[in-house]
Design a protein around this ligand. Structure first.
Ligand SMILES: [Mg+2]
Length: 111
């Protein structure tokens, strides 16, 4: 399913239980907190659960769609514009960060 289609689907799905706009932002923050808790359990307490992590990532994505719907943001169009910007910057970032990030991944992402 494409980004715009998913955003529209969730807009329809949540039609009768729509939060006020500020509630969508608070809901996104709540879901980011749940994602962070899952990552903490994985990275700090050694309790890796890829299925749970995937579910929390989906919660964050769907909450982001909810924010976009509340503020009439076309996330697909915004993402396409942002992707063009990222493509224009990637060479600079690679030159500046590639080696240091490779070394840090070797240390921090061993398991
Ligand atoms: Mg969640």
């Amino acid at each position: 399913m494409q980004v715009a289609q998913t955003q529209q689907y969730l807009n329809t799905l949540y039609q009768k239980i729509r939060h006020p706009r500020i509630g969508t932002v608070l809901g996104l923050q709540e879901e980011v907190g749940e994602l962070c808790k899952c990552i903490m359990e994985w990275e700090i307490y050694g309790s890796a659960d890829p299925v749970h992590l995937g579910e929390e990532c989906a919660d964050v994505l769907f909450s982001l769609f909810d924010v976009c719907n509340g503020y009439n943001i076309d996330l697909e169009a915004a993402s396409e514009r942002k992707l063009e910007y990222l493509k224009s910057k990637i060479g600079d970032w690679e030159a500046k960060y590639e080696e240091s990030l490779r070394m840090r991944r070797e240390i921090l992402d061993r398991s």
